[in-house]
Design a protein around this ligand. Structure first.
Ligand SMILES: Cc1cc2nc3c(=O)[nH]c(=O)nc-3n(C[C@H](O)[C@H](O)[C@H](O)COP(=O)(O)O)c2cc1C
Length: 195
């Protein structure tokens, strides 16, 4: 099958991270979220480990996520005296500004047949598939990797074991307006051709 390359180029280049402050507060349909997840499932992955794992939070689930994140943040940072009240309040309130939040996890192959970097790479490819699907539907999203993302203590809540990794949270919402143009330095700065 041939694809319309102009549209493919546009979809890839017009994809932007859209942040919760720029969401209308309207609900995104679960059907669109399911399409995003289905397309995530088609990401390339070595040895077909399909290492992506997601938990979808919406409605009251966003409050459960917020309460867990804030409590986990408090527990972990209190041990090292790095707790910050404003950060805690953000974790407790910000999730409710999204329509859905999808936690993004990497389930490590039990036999560890691959280097971890390959499994992480596959999950980030799955994230890009979700980003592009959202863009095609006119929906905004962004991957957040702050908060409790890299706390070992957070893994269990998201169905992950000790060898697995939490990569972040895909926040999803209806964008308020048109998304801004992106910025990239020229590709030629990052490529060397060998003939
Ligand atoms: C692995 C990864 C982690 C990210 N974590 C955050 C984050 O914690 N906070 C944030 O504001 N944006 C985060 N982003 C989104 C970037 O800010 C965004 O992709 C970048 O600014 C480029 O903008 P664009 O996605 O609109 O092209 C993350 C993106 C990636 C790929």
């Amino acid at each position: 099958m041939n694809f319309n390359i102009e549209e493919v180029n546009q979809l890839i280049r017009m994809r932007r991270s859209v942040f919760p402050k720029d969401y209308t507060g309207e609900q995104v349909s679960d059907d669109i979220i399911r399409q995003m997840l289905e397309n995530a499932n088609w990401a390339p992955n070595h040895k077909m480990t399909e290492p992506w794992r997601f938990v979808v939070f919406t409605g009251d689930g966003l409050k459960k996520l917020a309460e867990f994140q804030a409590a986990c943040y408090k527990e972990v940072t209190s041990k090292t005296s790095t707790f910050k009240e404003d950060r805690y309040q953000t974790l407790l309130t910000k999730p409710m500004h999204s329509s859905h939040i999808i936690s993004v996890g990497m389930k490590r192959d039990e036999l560890k047949r691959l280097p971890e970097i390959e499994e992480l790479g596959a999950v980030y490819c799955a994230v890009e598939n979700m980003y592009l699907t959202a863009t095609a539907y006119g929906i905004g999203c962004y991957l957040a990797s702050g908060g409790v993302t890299y706390f070992d203590e957070a893994k269990e809540f998201f169905g992950l074991g000790s060898d697995d990794k939490l990569l972040g949270f895909l926040n999803v919402g209806v964008p308020k307006g048109t998304t801004p143009d992106g910025r990239r330095r020229p590709i030629d700065e990052k490529v060397k051709w060998v003939h």
